[in-house]
Design a protein around this ligand. Structure first.
Ligand SMILES: *Cc1c(COP(=O)(O)O)cnc(C)c1O
Length: 401
């Protein structure tokens, strides 16, 4: 599942290219860097891989979301719809830009339910962030069509689905912008890092400048100190060592996915034989990254019992209903409106009359789905012994159903 499993001499060779020049910064130092621009090269390779015009590397997947929101002009008071089954980063970025996260239900794709999105649109809605969770596609074509009808922007949070496709077209390229993460547990990793992709030259310019304190990056004889600015920005830059590792990892992405697909198919075959087990609906199975295998039991009680038996046999699955980082009712700090700001921001703002409350039972449809769901992360490397252990655990667990 994570790219660190396949770290080898390619990553080391790429890192050494950077260390030989001593230039860790992605801009400037034209004499010292001897033509080595790893972050730039990584951006170009990533854009080519996804089939888009532009890619902007940033310091994390969370930063990628923030930069995309900024580029799209989202700000204070705007509502942004996302889903209640995602990593906390998705809605942290929405709060951080000053906007208000609104949570939609998921369906059996484990991703955003387009029908519920439509119900959550208000006059203040400005954007939708569907997440391609657990390696597989959201119903992105439907979501983009809804967005177009309502004049809304779409950012695809593709942090968990790099390399995923729908009918050959890369996820992350359907909406206005796509964002990626290369943190330590993602399909490819640079330790920390992220990417924003788009086909829109103006959105790219805004993302590029915003992520670097507003620097306009127009060729300037005076160097960075002489560059202009047209709006305020921040620092979300990626460094050269990360760009170098990214190049080595990206070259392996399709082979990582191919190996995961084989491993996933073996486990899925064993689960298919068990009566009562059904699988997560995939928008396009051929374009699934096979980073995870998600399946459903008939009810919550059976899901817990089945997983207890898997655990007893050393092959427990993830039960997201009890996971505190990815599931709305478990985000106690969100539900309690906990913030470091003494004023209560971003939950409260007295002058603006802002008083946000997130209720634990707001997403009953998502609860019914998540509570019946078990998930196996799929490794890139799976020794025969480990596969045998999982298959035998599944066979034993089937007896409790
Ligand atoms: C990992 C992740 C992020 C954030 O990426 P970081 O690089 O860890 O900041 C955002 N969204 C989702 C769905 C993720 O899984």
């Amino acid at each position: 599942m994570p790219g660190y499993e396949v770290f080898d001499k390619e990553e080391r060779r790429q890192i050494m290219d950077v260390l030989k020049t001593g230039v860790l910064f992605r801009y400037e130092f034209p004499n010292e860097r001897k033509g080595i621009y790893k972050v730039k090269e990584f951006e170009e390779a990533f854009a080519r891989y996804c089939g888009v015009a532009q890619a902007q590397a940033v310091s994390s997947g969370t930063a990628a979301l923030k930069v995309a929101l900024a580029a799209l002009g989202i700000g204070a008071g705007d509502e942004v719809i996302t889903q209640g089954f995602t990593f906390v980063a998705t809605w942290e970025a929405i709060f951080d830009i000053g906007a208000i996260p609104v949570f939609a239900e998921i369906d059996e794709t484990l991703n955003m339910d387009p029908a519920d999105v439509e119900k959550k649109i208000t006059p203040r809605t400005k954007a939708i962030i569907p997440v391609h969770m657990l390696g597989a596609q959201a119903r992105i074509e439907k979501i983009v069509a809804i967005a177009r009808r309502h004049n809304l922007k779409v950012i695809e949070d593709t942090a968990q689905a790099a390399g995923g496709r729908i009918k050959g077209k890369h996820v992350g390229t359907f909406g206005d912008m796509g964002t990626f993460s290369f943190d330590p547990v993602k399909t490819i990793t640079t330790g920390e890092g992220g990417m924003v992709i788009t086909n829109d030259a103006e959105l790219y310019r805004r993302a590029c400048e915003y992520h670097d304190h507003g620097h306009d990056h127009v060729p300037n004889p005076g160097g960075r100190g002489g560059e202009g600015r047209s709006f305020i920005g921040f620092n979300y830059r990626m460094m050269e060592l990360q760009g170098a590792i990214g190049l080595a990892q990206l070259a392996k992405l399709d082979s990582i996915i191919a190996r995961q697909r084989k491993n996933k198919a073996r486990i899925k075959k064993a689960l298919k034989k068990i009566k009562g087990i059904t699988f997560r609906r995939l928008v396009d199975e051929a374009g699934d990254t096979a980073t995870f295998l998600a399946f459903f039991l008939p009810d919550a009680e059976k899901a817990r019992a089945f997983n207890a038996a898997l655990k007893e046999n050393e092959a427990g699955a993830i039960y997201f209903a009890e996971n505190t980082w990815h599931y709305y009712p478990k985000w106690e700090h969100l539900l309690a409106g906990s913030t470091l700001a003494a004023s209560g921001w971003p939950f409260q703002h007295k002058e603006a009359g802002r008083d946000l409350k997130y209720r634990p039972d707001a997403l009953p449809q998502s609860a019914r789905i998540v509570e019946r769901c078990l998930v196996y992360p799929i490794p890139v490397k799976m020794p025969k012994e480990r596969l045998a252990q999982i298959l035998s655990a599944i066979e034993k667990a089937a007896k409790v159903l």
